[in-house]
Design a protein around this ligand. Structure first.
Ligand code: BMA
Length: 340
């Protein structure tokens, strides 16, 4: 075992189930999955691809709610245990920098990340093409938009939970206007969450690993560990019956996170259960958030299932890092700083 430390707060009330004896991969599913079923709210057909954080002794989250008109938006949810959720019936009402109402045309795949004393929401929205939208809150009552970080097209962005070398760090996947049959992960930095630059390539799809040979994208906010930044991401393969989304794992350099130190050549979780294989979009496991506890090394992964449900999976820092190290396969484009 790797004896890995999680450099985060203690979270004694983290949702948790022990590893089943017959488990071979380092992530194991919550036995009561999915934790959010269909039609969770009037006017919302499905909740999936959503993110949660600890808040005031309980949990709060931002949830992708697919409205019954088919348009996705972000809903706020609350939970005492991180498993049973109640949702605000209205979508989040954002305001702009002047306090005026701001409502994206659509909003999906939200991430929720606390940096210092502020909670940031990062999602995909229309900006004359699919682009990244962002907002901040300190009280989960007022949600103030921040300028879009990038030009279209970009659908997938993940903020680091602390500044690195004094800069905010954002992973993203630039793409095209279609359904993105390609894509690598890049990183950008900002002094103020408004102006982003020093863009670097982090990692690309991998032709030799078929489970991630079409595209990859950031998943949950990176977790700081004694080995570097632990990243759960999604990797996509193509079949004659469509795309399959699995969960992968990598470890990025602590001070220079565009460098990949370790990258697992197998998936950590792939669609196998009915709620992952069957739904609005079959065969999707799409990680968007984790909770972690520094005391025990426990990690809970929240992932979207088949664009229809939210699932929960568990691991420990030791188990997942040991597995990544045992299946480590990086190439030059992973290891380099990614600047050309
Ligand atoms: C991606 C995103 C995700 C979705 C996935 C599978 O491109 O749109 O929101 O879960 O496709 O449909």
């Amino acid at each position: 075992m790797a004896n890995v430390q999680l450099l985060c707060d203690a979270l004694p009330n983290i949702p948790w189930q022990e590893r089943p004896a017959d488990q071979t991969l380092p992530l194991w599913r919550y036995t009561e999955n999915p934790i959010i079923a269909r039609n969770p709210l009037p006017g919302v057909a499905r909740i999936f691809n959503s993110a949660v954080v600890p808040y005031e002794g309980a949990f709060i989250g931002v949830f992708r709610g697919e409205q019954t008109n088919g348009v996705p938006f972000i809903y706020l949810g609350h939970s005492q245990d991180g498993i049973h959720w109640t949702f605000d019936k209205d979508k989040i009402q954002f305001v702009d920098e002047n306090g005026q109402p701001f409502m994206p045309i659509y909003a999906y795949d939200p991430r929720l990340v606390k940096v210092e004393d502020t909670y940031y929401i990062i999602w995909c929205q229309d900006a004359y093409g699919a682009a990244i939208g962002m907002a901040k809150t300190t009280d989960f009552k007022t949600f103030t938009r921040i300028e879009n970080p990038f030009l279209p097209f970009n659908r997938n962005a993940v903020l680091f939970p602390r500044k690195v070398n004094g800069k905010f760090m954002l992973l993203s996947r630039p793409s095209d206007s279609g359904h993105t049959p390609f894509g690598d992960i890049y990183i950008s930095e900002s002094p103020d969450m408004e102006y982003w630059g020093h863009h670097r390539h982090v990692m690309g799809k991998k032709n030799s690993n078929w489970w991630e040979n079409v595209k990859i994208g950031g998943g949950a906010a990176p977790i700081e560990t004694s080995e570097g930044w632990l990243l759960f991401y999604h990797g996509v393969t193509g079949t004659c019956n469509g795309l399959v989304y699995s969960i992968g794992g990598a470890i990025l350099d602590k001070d220079e996170p565009s460098r990949v130190l370790h990258r697992c050549n197998t998936f950590l979780l792939t669609p196998e259960e009915w709620y992952e294989e069957r739904g609005f979009v079959p065969n999707v496991c799409f990680p968007c958030a984790t909770l972690q506890d520094s005391e025990t090394g426990r990690i809970a992964v929240y992932y979207g299932c088949a664009d229809s449900y939210v699932g929960l999976a568990f691991t420990t820092a030791d188990e997942v890092v040991s597995y990544i190290l045992a299946h480590d396969e990086t190439d030059e484009s992973d290891r380099e700083v990614g600047r050309r």
